[in-house]
Design a protein around this ligand. Structure first.
Ligand SMILES: Cc1cc2nc3c(=O)[nH]c(=O)nc-3n(C[C@H](O)[C@H](O)[C@H](O)COP(=O)(O)OP(=O)(O)OC[C@H]3O[C@@H](n4cnc5c(N)ncnc54)[C@H](O)[C@@H]3O)c2cc1C
Length: 379
């Protein structure tokens, strides 16, 4: 049996960020820390994007950032100066390498490659069953999906943000690489919320992601056809697909924190750190791992880490509306971008907006379906 003070299950975005923060804080240098994952480094398995007001912690490993953002739909389009925000991209291989470099300098932190089968908080410690060994720790942070049952309930709707991305290299023509397309709804909606997300890395290379907020995944061919069609519509005919990226991120207000206990905290997507209404997780993980480090210095009951805020209710209502009327996303987001400035939208999505700013957002979208969703939730 392997024993440690802290065990982190999963060396992805949240697990590694937590280990990195522990590695860089002397409070943790006397603690034994084990990171458990099937594999140590997964290379470029995802591309993380987020917006940030001015400079930020991960700026040294950015692949690219944009100061202009485009929003489009069939009835409205606009290019926004994002200032003071910029939209930032990190490719995961750079991120994993950067964090591992710091973590590996600390002799009290050990990586163990194993497949986790299950875990159980026994009151005094948590026992983890792996395929090769059994582990015991005082505190465990889980970022795997083991035991997370949001699919098997119907109290909170579950949508997915699912997408296929193509990294394109143009053989002729060029991109405007100063603008990131945040959402372009100017494509067939087919009863869902569907948009294109475009991140030009240079004049000749860009990531095109065909994205849906919906309940069901599509056949691979359908995502591919949509990207081909969009490229044609934009006049790009000669290109090569250099890499692809596929993802499906849960969008739900399911109370992930109910799975936490005194010695076990679910983190990352498994902990409900994914913004339910958008699927964005990277920046909230950056903030929450920082808060968790401070929390661990003063508090031993991990179940007390979670706080429910007004934003949980806002997300719940949006998901109630989108799950019942999946085709209205284009109209809702168009109305939001038309009537509200980008800074307020970003502050709202970052869960940093004031009540006055919330009101601006709430009154910018058609209210009918939200009112009936609210009445249903209240009664
Ligand atoms: C392709 C893709 C692109 C994304 N892009 C963005 C983005 O642009 N912006 C954004 O904010 N969010 C994005 N997300 C959402 C979110 O940021 C990521 O999913 C993020 O990686 C979540 O971090 P995590 O730690 O919760 O999970 P992960 O990073 O998935 O880490 C979980 C870890 O657990 C390990 N594991 C799982 N099961 C076991 C087991 N049984 N035994 C051992 N190890 C196990 C896995 O190997 C993995 O390393 C994206 C997600 C995907 C899939």
């Amino acid at each position: 049996m392997t024993k440690a003070d802290y065990i982190i299950l999963g060396a992805g975005a949240s697990g590694l960020m937590l280990a990195y923060r522990m590695a860089n804080d002397s409070f943790f240098s006397s603690k034994s820390i084990v990171i458990l994952d099937k594999e140590e480094n997964k290379g470029n398995d995802r591309t993380w994007c987020y917006w940030e007001d001015s400079e930020g912690e991960w700026d040294s490993i950015l692949t690219k950032s944009w100061h202009k953002i485009y929003f489009g739909s069939s009835v409205f389009s606009k290019e926004y100066e994002a200032d003071p925000y910029s939209y930032k991209m990190i490719r995961s291989a750079n991120f994993y390498d950067f964090l591992w470099e710091s973590i590996k300098k600390q002799s009290n932190i050990k990586f163990v490659s194993d497949t986790i089968i299950g875990f159980n908080d026994q009151g005094e410690q948590v026992i983890i069953e792996g395929a090769s060994d059994t582990y015991e720790a005082n505190k465990v942070f889980n970022s795997t999906q083991i035991g997370i049952s949001y699919e098997n309930q119907d109290r909170y709707p579950v949508l997915k943000q699912h997408f296929l991305g193509w990294f394109i290299k143009l053989n002729s023509g060029s991109f405007d690489d100063s603008v990131a397309t945040f959402m372009d709804f100017d494509l067939a909606q087919s009863g869902n919320t569907r948009f294109m997300y475009v991140l030009p890395l240079s004049k000749t290379e860009a990531l095109f992601e065909y994205t849906l907020f919906s309940k069901d995944l599509l056949d691979k061919k359908e995502y591919e056809n949509a990207i081909v069609e969009y490229l044609k519509q934009k006049g790009f005919k000669e290109y090569e697909v250099k890499e692809t990226e596929y993802g499906s991120i849960p969008m739900t207000s399911f109370k992930f924190h109910n799975n936490n206990s005194t010695n076990l905290l679910h983190i990352g997507t498994a902990g409900g750190w994914t913004k339910a209404s958008t699927g964005y997780t990277f920046m909230s993980t950056t903030k929450k791992t920082k808060a968790l480090i401070n929390f661990l210095k003063v508090e031993s009951n991990l179940a007390k880490f979670h706080r429910t805020t007004k934003f949980w209710y806002y997300d719940l209502l949006l998901l109630d509306v989108l799950s019942k009327h999946n085709g209205v996303g284009s109209k809702l987001f168009t109305s939001l971008f038309k009537k509200t400035n980008l800074k307020t939208i970003f502050r709202f999505l970052d869960e940093e907006s004031s009540l006055l700013e919330d009101l601006k957002i709430i009154t910018s979208v058609p209210s009918g379906q939200f009112v009936s969703a609210l009445i249903k939730r209240v009664f």
